[in-house]
Design a binder for this molecule. Structure first.
Ligand SMILES: [Zn+2]
Ligand SMILES: [Zn+2]
Length: 158
């Protein structure tokens, strides 16, 4: 089974970008060059901000040989709509189960007060970024105290 890139909608990823335990695939998307679990999110990118950067740089293919003969970016971006809710923990591995728990709480109710699983000093804050063309939101969960961050991809109307 192939998987969809949450950045560009490329639907030929060999592995799920993140498994149920939040482990990253470290696969590099042939289209937008996003690497799951490596430097892109660590460098402060979200899918949305990386996508914007990639598109404003001309939306070029990382691995040109994988580009279909007939290719329509807007059509490909619509694939993102088919992605199931995705939990993306990345900060420190040891607290991943706590992050998944916190993510599930905040996925269903973004106003719940959930202490930061990383430092415990502060409640997590939630920011929603709509991805209008795909009817999704990126829910960015972060800690104002230690700057831990986690992203959840959710249906727009959840
Ligand atoms: Zn991609
Ligand atoms: Zn914290």
């Amino acid at each position: 089974m192939k998987h969809i890139c949450p950045v560009c909608g490329y639907d030929e990823l060999q592995q799920a970008p993140y498994d149920a335990d939040g482990n990253e695939s470290f696969e590099i998307c042939h289209c937008c060059a996003f690497e799951f679990g490596f430097d892109d999110i660590h460098e402060g990118h979200t899918f949305e901000s990386y996508r914007n950067k990639w598109m404003s740089a001309g939306a070029t293919w990382f691995y040109e040989q994988s580009k279909p003969e007939v290719w329509e970016l807007n059509q490909q971006l619509k694939n993102i709509e088919r992605i199931q809710p995705m939990y993306i923990p990345f900060w420190k591995k040891r607290s991943t189960p706590k992050w998944i728990e916190a993510g599930k709480i905040l996925a269903s109710n973004s106003t719940d007060k959930v202490p930061c699983p990383e430092c415990g000093y502060h409640f997590l804050t939630v920011q929603d970024v709509p991805i209008m063309f795909a009817h999704k939101i990126e829910r960015i969960i972060s800690c104002p105290s230690c700057f831990a961050i986690k992203i959840i991809l959710l249906p727009y109307n959840s």
